[in-house]
Design a protein around this ligand. Structure first.
Ligand code: TPP
Ligand code: MG
Length: 569
């Protein structure tokens, strides 16, 4: 006879998390019964200071290793703070399971303490939201949540857990479960052979094809299949912000990120290749505003082939040959089909395409060097990126906050291998998520370097989590670009209105003192030589280190929106 006490529902949840390979849970003790059970079973709690940040940590964790990340929170105010990061995960297609406590079942709908309609609250920012009410169904609900998060187009799933249910003894297991659903993708799907063949035929015979690759490529085996296609079909590859890192950007057919096309951008030099394209292969992209230069990027006459796991994304703005399926599987099938085609047109075009791409990178390099005077203080962010680049390895994860930081990392740094990770909150571009995304990424790959770049405005949303990274021993390198302003806000208002509001200039803040108060080593630099020393120290250092870089308030990334900013400012 089994004398073990019957596990409670909370313990059954922890057991199910173990079955799905969960090793880390981002939480702050709540729901207590679940977190106690999870910690007792060896699941590490990374205790955030604030739920908005905890959700973003889960996001960074999932993006970095493709595992479903688990975040947990209390009902009511804590639950509402999960809305922003889940909304980001929804837009950016990141698999997260949120375990949210709910009021006791017999207290529902009578204004219990911190009661809120969580089903309605999460509806717009989650793929799937359910409330469990029966102990016997808990395993099924946990599996449904993981399936929702990690299958098809990944995204957040929310499971509402009434507090009294968690303390109940679990019901007898009628159907045992052994499958692990903790990694995305769960199901590998691919389009029909006829469609693959048609797409291959178009690519083989096109005059001037290009690929534009979005964040969907990072799910599963997409990156290696893309590299194979790039080589085989001599295909020039551009990426969106979220697709950054899909290819080795030193490969002669890698044309970099195409989201910035203003003066002195790489895009201003490389865009001609897209303007001239008669075929555009889109992979794993929402064809969103930033990824398409406000839908002006793709030539009207071009044939579009769109690979995406989400059928709704195809045809949203561009009618396309619909290749609905997993990016890796579909691109591999495309390669296999291309092997049977005559690729002589592609081979003949390779040299001129490579020359155009090399010339674009060279012109971009000349342009940005013309902006930089190494004797100048405060520093230009472009110089910070040039120095950072020298210290990156293919294993470094580079994270950014929203605003200019995202644009500096995607526009100024170069990916050193196919699959190098650049993580930025481009789903919604919300401020404050740089540091927590980096904490999550570091928790996912503790042995690899993680560096985050944040503006002074955005960083202020997340200062408190420096205590988390010190306490949890997650040594991230933090680079704060302190230009003393809400840069994008000020410059966008200047372009649109010729003036800006009183919010745009910030008081002086000593980020070194804030970091040190949390136990994080910190340095302030305002000159080139000090920057070099600080970066050397940071990359050699064992613990977390913050570098506050005093940067020029006159610097802005080369967005097409800012094409005439220098004339107005
Ligand atoms: C949560 C959130 N609030 C407001 C905004 C609007 N916004 C976009 S950029 C920006 C200024 C950011 O300033 P900072 O973080 O210092 O970066 P900088 O542009 O100066 O490099 C603001 C307020 C936003 N994107 N997200
Ligand atoms: Mg700023």
């Amino acid at each position: 006879m089994n004398c073990e006490p019957n596990p409670t529902v909370a313990e059954r949840i922890a057991l199910a998390l173990k079955r799905h390979g969960v090793e880390t849970i981002f939480a702050q003790s709540l729901p207590s019964a679940v977190i106690l059970a999870a910690e007792a079973m060896g699941i590490r709690q990374i205790a955030y200071r604030q739920e908005n940040m905890g959700g973003a940590m889960a996001d960074g964790y999932a993006r970095r290793i493709g595992k479903v990340a688990v975040v947990a929170a209390q009902n009511g105010p804590a639950a509402t703070l999960l809305v922003p990061p889940l909304a980001e995960a929804m837009k950016a297609s990141v698999p997260i399971v949120a375990l949210v406590q709910d009021v006791e079942r017999d207290q529902a709908d009578r204004n219990a303490f911190q009661e809120l309609d969580h089903l309605d609250l999460f509806r717009a920012c989650a793929k799937w939201v359910r409330r469990v009410i029966t102990a016997g169904r808990i395993d099924g609900y946990i599996d449904m949540a993981f399936t929702a998060a990690a299958s098809g187009r990944p995204g957040p799933a929310v499971l509402l857990l009434p507090a009294d249910l968690l303390r109940e003894p679990g019901a007898p297991v009628l159907f045992s479960r052994s499958s692990s659903l903790g990694s995305s993708p769960i199901d590998i799907t691919r389009p029909a052979d006829t469609l693959i063949y048609e797409a291959a035929e178009r690519i083989a015979t096109a005059r001037s094809p290009v690929a534009i690759v979005g964040g969907g490529i990072h799910n599963g085996q997409g990156v290696s299949a893309l590299g194979g296609l790039q080589e085989l079909a001599s295909l020039p590859v551009f990426t969106t912000n979220m697709g950054k890192g899909a290819v080795d950007e030193n490969h002669p057919l890698s044309a970099g990120v195409i989201t910035m096309t203003g003066p002195r951008s790489l895009g201003s030099h490389s865009r001609a290749l897209i303007d001239d394209a008669d075929l555009v292969l889109l992979v794993g992209t929402r064809t969103n505003q930033n990824g398409t230069d406000s839908w002006r990027l793709i030539p009207q006459a071009a044939t579009v082939i769109h690979v995406d796991v989400d059928p709704q994304e195809i045809g949203r703005s561009y009618e396309a040959i619909r290749l609905v399926g997993d990016a890796g599987e579909t691109l591999s099938a495309l390669c296999a089909a291309l092997e049977t085609h005559d690729l002589s047109i592609r081979h003949a075009n390779r040299k001129p395409v490579e020359d155009t791409i090399a010339a674009a990178w060279a012109s971009f390099e000349d342009d940005r060097r013309s902006l930089i005077d190494p004797r100048q203080s405060p520093l230009r962010p472009e110089l910070v990126m040039i120095e950072l680049q020298k210290r990156l390895t293919p294993e470094t994860t580079v994270v950014a906050d929203a605003s200019y930081s995202s644009m500096w990392i995607v526009g100024q740094l170069r990916s050193l291998k196919a699959g190098m990770r650049f993580i930025s909150p481009r789903g919604l571009a919300g401020l404050g998520w740089g540091l927590p995304l980096a904490i999550g990424a570091k928790a996912a790959v503790p042995e690899q370097p993680v560096v985050v770049v944040a503006g002074d405005g955005g960083f202020a949303h997340s200062w408190a989590e420096m205590e988390t990274l010190v306490r949890c021993n997650l040594p991230v390198i933090i680079i704060v670009l302190n230009n003393g302003i809400l840069g994008f806000q000020k410059h966008a208002e200047t372009v649109k209105f010729g003036r800006f509001t009183s919010a745009c200039h910030l008081n002086a803040v000593d980020h070194v003192k804030i970091a040190e108060a949390c136990g994080c080593t910190a340095l302030r630099v305002a000159e080139h030589s000090a920057l070099i020393d600080a970066l050397d120290q940071a990359f050699a250092y064992e613990g977390p280190l913050l570098i506050e870089v005093m940067t020029s308030p006159h610097a802005f990334p080369p967005l097409s929106l800012f094409a005439h900013l220098e004339d107005v400012a």
